[in-house]
Design a protein around this ligand. Structure first.
Ligand SMILES: C[S@@+](CC[C@H](N)C(=O)[O-])C[C@H]1O[C@@H](n2cnc3c(N)ncnc32)[C@H](O)[C@@H]1O
Length: 234
């Protein structure tokens, strides 16, 4: 039976369809595919689960293969860290390492970050990291960029007063875009803004991510931004 126009419209407006430009599937290695099949349920959490944590909570959005997320978890073992990612081979890669490193302070949410933030209660996150989000360089795709006023308003709502938001990009126009978008929402203060050439040493605060290394090979400068979430006293 042909689909009704209403059902086509419903699908187009469904959360799945709204984020269909984000790549979920790709080629798995055997280890990634095994880990994805056997470990996903064990480490998968929901946004609601974050409400019940007593200690500090950090989140990395778009963790890729997960190396940075796991380093963060080892360095700050008293924190609970939540990785948000949709790309299944990346999730498999992160789960393989998470399992072999036996870290107990990491959970995973495989939903679009925009939906995750919308589902979180106010002021629950102590730090958020977003390293090398997809730059979507074509003008007609700018609306797909993660950093948008609505996303930042949600990010502000879910971060604690004084929480840090760390971002990095190797795409200079996206760096400019980020600063512009942050300036349109209330409550974020720019604390640090560093640009380094591709051949300069990486910032000591983090290791080099996979997409950063790719940017360096292409000769791109790397920009690191640090914002603080500020909330007026009630
Ligand atoms: C360019 S990669 C960077 C990965 C990693 N941070 C790095 O630096 O190597 C961007 C990642 O963000 C993920 N991503 C894009 N949009 C997302 C969204 N709305 N929610 C969650 N993850 C998203 C993609 O699947 C991809 O793995």
């Amino acid at each position: 039976m042909p689909e009704s126009p209403e059902s086509i419209i419903d699908k187009a407006n469904s959360p799945e369809q709204a984020f269909s430009y984000i790549r979920r599937r790709g080629r798995f290695t055997a280890a990634q595919s095994r880990a994805y099949a056997s470990l996903l349920e064990r480490y998968r959490i929901s946004p609601q689960d974050l409400q019940h944590r007593s200690g500090p909570v950090g989140m990395e959005i778009g963790f890729g293969m997960g190396a940075e997320l796991l380093d963060w978890a080892s360095q700050q073992s008293s924190w609970y860290l939540c990785g948000v990612e949709l790309y299944q081979p990346g999730i498999g890669a992160m789960l393989t390492r998470l399992h072999s490193r036996q870290l107990t302070n990491v959970g995973l949410i495989d939903q679009p970050a925009q939906q995750v933030l919308a589902a979180l209660p106010e002021h629950g996150l102590d730090e958020v990291r977003i390293f090398f989000p997809d730059p979507w360089p074509k003008k007609r795709h700018f609306k797909r960029r993660l950093i948008q006023p609505e996303f930042l308003a949600q990010l502000h709502r879910v971060t604690k007063p004084g929480a840090f938001v760390r971002l990095a990009t190797d795409w200079a126009p996206y760096g400019e875009w980020m600063v512009e978008q942050f300036s349109t929402v209330e409550g974020f203060k720019l604390i640090d803004d560093r640009v380094r050439r591709a051949d300069e040493q990486t910032a000591a605060t983090r290791g080099t991510t996979k997409f950063e290394a790719r940017g360096e090979r292409l000769g791109h400068a790397i920009r690191d931004l640090l914002y603080e979430s500020q909330h007026a006293a009630k």
